[in-house]
Design a protein around this ligand. Structure first.
Ligand code: HEM
Length: 207
């Protein structure tokens, strides 16, 4: 029987929305000298989030694990084809096409962070880091737009509100498809660490 089940744990949701905010904020402040500190702080935040996600991809709950959305290319093609058929495939966790976008977002995010650090810490050829930083950021924007379009299409096709599930953590599925623990304490801990980091880095808070 179908019911409301928990699919996304709290750390994955906190990661998602902080990643979205840090990327959008860093992109918007990229060209301005005035907002350089904010840009760098959001870059550090994004890097920290991605490092956490790398660990959570192995240690996290079922649908947060990389192995749950690492599909063969043929599965991605079959999934995309099914979207044009009478019976589009449905997945409780990430679908195969979404999985590809997520790996790309994680990789590009890491490339942006590392090149940003290379630039900021003046490690070698500035032009080279800058070029890499900009190309990766623009590619990430493109993948984000495709990701958002994919979320909208999938939500419409399956008549389920995917953005809401990334907020509440719940989807409609069979009882045995849910995850057992939300890890709320860890998610709240992440919010706390991020708040302290931003207050210290941008607000000049000292202990
Ligand atoms: C309005 C903006 C956005 C909405 C509504 C949205 C929505 C979603 C939803 C619904 C999922 C889960 C997809 C599924 O059910 O399989 C998801 C996953 C994801 N999104 Fe977004 N997203 C947004 C912006 C972004 C941005 C800006 C980024 C990156 C900078 C991003 C990166 C990701 C990643 C990495 C995942 C995988 C989450 C994980 O497993 O850790 N999203 N998003």
């Amino acid at each position: 029987m179908l019911q409301r089940v928990l699919v996304w744990d709290v750390p994955t949701r906190v990661f998602h929305w902080l990643l979205a905010v840090s990327f959008a904020g860093a992109y918007l402040t990229a060209e301005s000298e005035r907002y350089r500190d904010i840009h760098v702080a959001l870059g550090y935040l994004m890097f920290g989030l991605l490092l956490f996600r790398l660990v959570w991809g192995f240690a996290g709950t079922a649908y947060a694990r990389f192995s749950s959305f690492l599909y063969a290319p043929s599965a991605v093609v079959t999934y995309v084809r099914s979207l044009f058929s009478q019976q589009p495939q449905h997945h409780v966790g990430h679908n195969p096409a979404g999985g590809v976008a997520i790996f790309l977002l994680l990789l590009l995010g890491l490339l942006i962070s590392v090149s940003g650090l290379g630039l900021y810490w003046e490690l070698g050829d500035e032009d080279w880091w800058e070029e890499l930083h900009e190309i990766a950021a623009n590619l990430m924007l493109l993948v984000v737009l495709v990701h958002i379009a994919g979320v909208v299409v999938s939500s419409v096709l399956h008549k389920e509100n995917l953005p809401r599930s990334m907020v509440t953590g719940y989807k409609t599925a069979h009882a045995d498809q849910g995850i057992a623990r939300p890890y709320a304490g860890l998610g709240l801990g992440m919010l706390g660490v991020v708040a302290v980091f931003l207050l210290v880095y941008l607000g000049g808070l000292t202990f």
